[in-house]
Design a protein around this ligand. Sequence first.
Ligand code: BGC
Length: 355
Amino acid sequence: MKKLVSVLLSVAMVAVLLTGCGGAGGSASGAKKVGVSMPTKDLQRWNQDGANMEKELKAAGYEVDLQFAANDVQQQLSQVENMISNGCDVLVIAAIEGSSLGEALDMAKKANIPVIAYDRLIMNSDAVSYYATFDNYKVGTVQGQYVVDTLDLANAAGPFNIEFTAGDPGDNNAGFFFNGAYDVLKPYIESGKLNVVSGQKTFDEVATPTWGTDVAQSRAENILSSYYADGTNLDVWLCSNDSTALGVENALAANYNGTYPIITGQDCDIENTKNMIAGKQSMSVFKDTRTLASQVVKMVGQIIKGEKVDVNDEKTYDNGVKVVPSFLCEPVFADANNYKTILIDSGYYTEDQLK
Ligand code: BGC
C-alpha cells in the first residue's frame, strides 16, 4: 500500500512537472494561467495596468503570473520565457521595445500559446494573435485639436510659437501619437500661423528615447536656452505623454519667464493631474486603464473558451508581418475643468490623492 501511494505520488509529481514546462498549459490548481508582462514599475500607469489586470483575471478565475521588467529588454525577454516554461495558457505583453521579443515569441508559437499585445504593438512577429490598446492616432488628434480649439486657430491671427516632444522610437505607439497631433496642426504650420521656432518638427528630431522625464527635460532646456532666452514667447509645447510633459514643465520652471504655454500630455498621472489643477499643464489624454484591462480579460476568456474574439479594427496595426486584429478603446481628454467628473467621480482617483 505504502509503495502504491509513493508510486501514485511520483506519477502525480511527474504530471505536475510536465504540465509545468513546455507550455502544456494550466496550473497545479487546474485553473488556466495567464502570464502578464509589463514594461516597468517606474511609470504610474503600468503599475495600474498590472494591478487591474491581476485583479480582474483573478476574479475571472485565472491564475496570474504578473512581472514587471524595469524597462530592461533582456529582463522582459527572460521573464516571458519563464512564463512560457512555467506553463501559461495565454500571454499578455506590454513590450518595452516592440521589436525585441523575437525569441520569446518563437517559443510561445511553438508551444501554441496565444499572445495579446497590450497597449503597445509587438512588431515583426506572426506569433502575436491580438492587440488591445487605446486608439493611439486619436490620442494625438485629441491633443492637436485641443491646441486648435484653445488658441482658436481657425480665427485667431497668430502667429503662435510651438515646440514638440514625442515619445520613444522603440515604441510603435509613439509615431501614432505624434502623427495624430501633427496632422491636425500641419495646415496651421504650413500657413505660418504656427511657428516651430526651433525648426525641430520631424518625429526623429523630437523623439524621447525611453520616454524619460530627464531626457525630455534636457532637450527642453537646450531649446529654451537656444531659442527663447532672448524673450521670445512660447505659446504651445505639444507633448505626447505625461512623463515627457513633466520634463518640459521642469525645464520651463527654471529656464523660461514668458507667458506660460499650453502643454499637452497623456495618461493623467497623479503628478500631472496636480499640475493641471495648478495651471502648469493644460490637458492630459485620459486612457482609463480599467477599461483596457477589462477588455483584455474579456479577450483572454474568449481565447480560452475558443470563442470569437472581440475586435473592432482589422486594418490599422500592421506589425511588419501581419495586420494584427485589434480592439481600440476610446481616449478622452481631461483638464482642470472636467477632471473631477472624469477622474474622481469615476473612482479612478480619490480627492486626497490629488492634494
Ligand atoms: C503608452 C502611454 C505611455 C507611454 C510611456 C505608451 O506606449 O501608450 O500611455 O505614456 O508608453 O510609458
